[in-house]
Design a protein around this ligand. Structure first.
Ligand code: ZN
Length: 114
């Protein structure tokens, strides 16, 4: 029996569950009634948390990818550069001191390249 057949079989079993059973019984009871001929493994519930991969370091490296002159003009205009992450809503702010730290960090290395 292939996996697709297994799935059809499980789907058929699933359709036999009644609303009263779903609402009146706890999850393990429902699973047992439906699939007791099958091997059912109930995993421990795990808390699901959203975690964004953004960080201040990543934002800094994004800034480092821009021309230093351009970045410094932006800072001169508005006092700082703000990066907003659309995924998690985090804000990262870089002022003139942060900006020069970003560029001076890889300054000597990139100077030798030019
Ligand atoms: Zn984020």
């Amino acid at each position: 029996m292939g996996h697709e057949n297994d799935f059809d079989h499980l789907a058929q079993l699933t359709e036999t569950v009644k609303n009263e059973e779903l609402f009146g019984l706890d999850a393990e009871e429902v699973l047992y009634r439906l699939y007791h001929q099958e091997n059912v493994k109930v995993y421990e519930p795990k808390a699901v948390t959203f975690q964004c991969s953004c960080s201040r370091e990543r934002s800094a490296s994004a800034i480092a990818a821009i021309e230093r002159q351009e970045v410094e003009e932006m800072v001169a205009e508005s006092g700082s550069i703000k990066l907003h992450c659309d995924y998690c809503g985090a804000d990262y702010e870089f002022d003139a001191v942060d900006i020069s730290a970003i560029f001076d960090q890889n300054g000597p290395a990139s100077n030798t390249v030019h």
